[in-house]
Design a protein around this ligand. Sequence first.
Ligand SMILES: [Zn+2]
Length: 86
Amino acid sequence: MWNNLPIEIRNVDSLNLFKISTNRERVPKFYYSGERKYTIYQSRLRNECSSLNADLFRVNIVNDPSCSCGYASENSFHYFFECSKY
Ligand SMILES: [Zn+2]
């Protein structure tokens, strides 16, 4: 893996810069595009840490994971693709 790195990354002076250089290549560019608040919303949905009932139920904040439309689990897929209320 070291030999496959570009020479400019192998010659970076600090460990922090090396970590940033090598990690950024693996993270999709759309993670860093747009306004920060929308990136935060996207991350919260992706990591199941949103304000949707299924996510809140998973961490014992609400007693019921169901959606107000009657579906058993108000998760992000249901919210965006299935729910008739949203
Ligand atoms: Zn629903």
